[in-house]
Design a protein around this ligand. Structure first.
Ligand SMILES: C[S@@+](CC[C@H](N)C(=O)[O-])C[C@H]1O[C@@H](n2cnc3c(N)ncnc32)[C@H](O)[C@@H]1O
Length: 428
């Protein structure tokens, strides 16, 4: 069933994307023209504000939060409101205790737990969903003047929209995808300069997600905060990028600047999005200067390291190999090993055309010498080219330019995408 006006979500949810949904809808509709049976997959479905706007016939909706997923399953079955709901402190804490008792006694998947989850979400502080170390929900009473609680009839009106959707609770990478699935991924925001960000979603998780999304053959759209490292990560994975000014604001040094969001896609072009859908949104192809720090080398290294580990290699970073005939110590970006074979990896990045690529033959010479001098310790070296700014990439990866060097077979020049594919499948 398709409604003219998208039904609203009953929940308040951090990072909810109601404002972005009209843009995503344009991409989804364009894909449906090609694939009328397409399935929407949201690995981080949260408050469902996107699915409710897109209204797909088929959807796989997942979230790590099991209480949220129980709530949606209960709405699907026609949730009845039987508990008292009021914006009162004493009632809030009584309901909070009862919710924690249900969790502690294995009754978290009940209709009662779903009602309490809804009540706590609407009445608690800022719609937060937070648990202490013992697994007890510990969000304090909120500060709302008035709350319009949904009644049984409101949930009954929502239920038919959810009727044909599948809900799962788990980690994003446990999802069983089909090749034609349209994935919209909205993970917890990356928080720059930390390896552990809000919601327990670390930088390593962001890198793992980028690789997981890259491997999908169908259309993929991701939204995240436009931090420098997220931008570089998705550029490194060959995604198309677009920047949007989000309605929320972030506070940097007391300045309340509008937050900048990045949309990135693969196997579907963002050019389909006609702007402005809402007046507040800007669309730009150029990267707004969110931070001056660049993480390019780090991102590149993280991607390669993750792929190698998936392929069963052990990895060392920034390894001193020895002094070369230049008189300088050669330091390899990575050394990978498996069984009794070890090889060197040098990672080079060029995002826009420049002179960095002219240094590649010199790097090949250094790698050849490093392999030869190791007396058989290192069997081979890979020189990995990442980024879109190479004009000589084809000449390098085909071996044409380096064919003038003796022993050039000791080094393979390869694109980052190809390297990741081979490393993942243990084929290096
Ligand atoms: C930014 S919110 C998604 C918001 C959603 N698009 C909406 O409009 O409401 C991110 C969601 O990811 C979920 N999450 C966090 N880590 C996860 C993981 N490893 N796998 C799956 N979901 C996860 C959180 O519970 C949260 O609901």
């Amino acid at each position: 069933m398709i409604a003219e006006r998208a039904p609203e979500t009953p929940l308040k949810w951090a990072g909810g994307k109601r404002w972005l949904a009209p843009h995503l809808r344009q991409l989804w509709q364009a894909y449906l023209q090609r694939q009328p049976q397409a399935r929407l997959v949201e690995p981080f479905c949260g408050s469902l504000s996107v699915a409710l706007n897109l209204q797909p016939e088929r959807a796989l909706l997942n979230d790590l939060n099991p209480h949220l997923v129980n709530f949606w399953r209960q709405v699907q079955r026609g949730l009845q409101v039987t508990l008292p709901m009021a914006n009162e402190k004493a009632l809030y804490y009584a309901h909070r205790d009862r919710f924690n008792t249900l969790i502690a006694t294995g009754q978290a998947e009940s209709a009662e737990a779903a009602q309490l989850f809804y009540y706590l979400n609407r009445t608690g502080f800022n719609g937060l969903c937070r648990f202490n170390k013992k697994g007890r929900f510990n969000v304090p009473f909120g500060r709302y003047k008035r709350i319009a609680y949904w009644q049984t009839a409101d949930f009954a009106r929502l239920a038919p929209y959810l009727a044909r959707w599948t809900f799962t609770a788990g980690n994003f990478d446990a999802l069983a995808l089909q090749p034609e699935d349209f994935i919209y991924a909205d993970p917890p925001y990356d928080v720059e300069f930390t390896s552990y960000s809000a919601g327990g979603f670390s930088w390593a998780d962001q890198v793992r997600l980028a690789e997981w999304l890259s491997a999908h053959p169908g259309p993929v759209v991701l939204s995240n905060q436009a931090t420098a490292r997220i931008v570089e990560l998705y550029q490194a994975c060959g995604f198309e990028l677009l920047y949007l000014e989000a309605p929320r604001r972030i506070s940097a040094n007391g300045d309340r600047a509008p937050a900048c969001e990045v949309l990135s896609s693969k196997n579907i072009s963002l050019d389909i999005i006609a702007m402005p859908v809402q007046r507040k949104l800007i669309k730009t192809r150029s990267y707004p200067k969110v931070t001056k720090r660049s993480h390019t080398g780090k991102v590149h290294e993280d991607l390669a390291e993750l792929a190698l580990k998936k392929g069963g290699y052990s990895v060392q970073k920034q390894v001193d190999i020895g002094v070369l005939s230049t008189g300088k110590t050669y330091r390899a970006d990575l050394v990978a090993s498996k069984s009794d074979s070890q090889f060197l990896i040098s990672l080079k990045w060029q995002q826009s055309p420049g002179t960095a690529e002219e240094k590649i033959p010199f790097e090949v010479i250094c790698l050849i010498e490093a392999v030869q001098k190791s007396n058989g310790k290192y069997k081979h070296a890979y020189l990995v080219l990442g980024g879109d700014g190479w004009t000589l990439r084809d000449s390098y990866t085909s071996g044409k330019l380096c064919s003038h060097l003796n022993y050039q077979k000791l080094v393979t020049i390869i694109t980052l995408e190809k390297f990741i594919g081979l490393a993942n499948n243990a084929q290096l």
